[in-house]
Design a binder for this molecule. Sequence first.
Ligand code: KG4
Ligand code: ZN
Length: 405
Amino acid sequence: MSKIILAIETSCDDTGIAILKISGGKQKPLLRSSSFAGQATFTLLANELSSQAHLHSPYGGVFPNLAKREHTKNLPILLTRAIKTAFKLPQGRTLKVPQGPTFSQFEKNPGIDAIAVTIGPGLEPALWTGIVFTKELGKKWSVPIIPVNHMEGHIFSVFKKNGKKFSTRPNGRDISVGRVPNFQFPALSLLISGGHTELVLIDKKMSYKIIGETRDDAVGEAFDKVARILGLPYPGGPHIARLAKQKRKSLQGRTLGIQKGPTFSRLSFPRPMIYSKDFDFSFSGLKTAVLYFSQKQKVLTDKIKCAISKEFQDAVTDVLVYKTNKAIIKYKIKTLIVGGGVSANKNIKKALTKMTKMQKVKIFFPEKNMAMDNAIMIGVAGYLRSFEKIKKGKLRAIGNLRLHK
Ligand code: KG4
Ligand code: ZN
């Protein structure tokens, strides 16, 4: 027996819709029992994602009402495509792409057992769009709705491996990915995205405790703001990473005697809160250091931009690695799960991998395209939590929803 879940993600500037078939697991009725879902194999039937980054680019960040408008426009279009792909509608039977938020196309349930939807954290106008859409579908199709915490989605994003099929097996001690029992507790999650920077302690029951978080800007936000200072497009993370790589390459060339000219190797930005006693972070001072340094330059040449990018990225990496390492030692962590858009950063990835190797800790990253916001991770988290009772009135957008169970 299998279940089919439709997952909807609209917390920020990406509209995501995924359809997942789940087999195995305990297969109790959805939303009834209070236990974790057991081993399950997920098959990805459809995955649709529409990024609005280009529309928000002129604002240097996400503009909430624009995001809301775009989600409203995108949701019916993406759902139509996803249903077509997942249920392989025979030739001739076509679903017309609806214009605007109309539900007339979705009168008949194509075979969905439950809908998982992100309820927070995120931008409330954006979250509401997904929730209202989900409620409407839930009513039409008479299926249960599973509210999902976006950050838990990022944690579970590491489950998807290699192609369309992947599985989980929580047995109280380990969670297996595929057949390998390698997800061991206590685990720690470093969640680094445009909206969050958190260190989360995870016990064997998959309950959470936030042990550290940013006191001001999130890491991704700092990448985006620094990119803006340097005149680079939004989202800035990948652009900063690209320029930092150029600088690193030029330094390699220098040691080989290939390149001449100033290197700005003495450029140094602060590592905020690196030696603070807690596990909190702060990135706004680092961004300000970049701003002041940039303002002092007569011209922000490409060379200077590359030097700034590298030093900024190194500073962020140092802080993240140092604090995560400290938490691993203190809490005797066995598994580190890294999630969120910034986990795609190769420099950070490499440094965290090196550190966990020394600590003999297993490390998981989301595979390519799973680091950024998407609906697959919402479907996985939704299924794994679907066995818990949903409290009445829980289906509302909660912009500052926290990760604790
Ligand atoms: O998780 P995500 O897609 O959305 C949020 O929930 O925030 O993360 C987006 C963030 C943006 O700030 C973006 O600049 C950053 O992730 N990002 C990166 C990289 N790719 C995306 N930051 C650093 N290096 C990257 N390669
Ligand atoms: Zn996210």
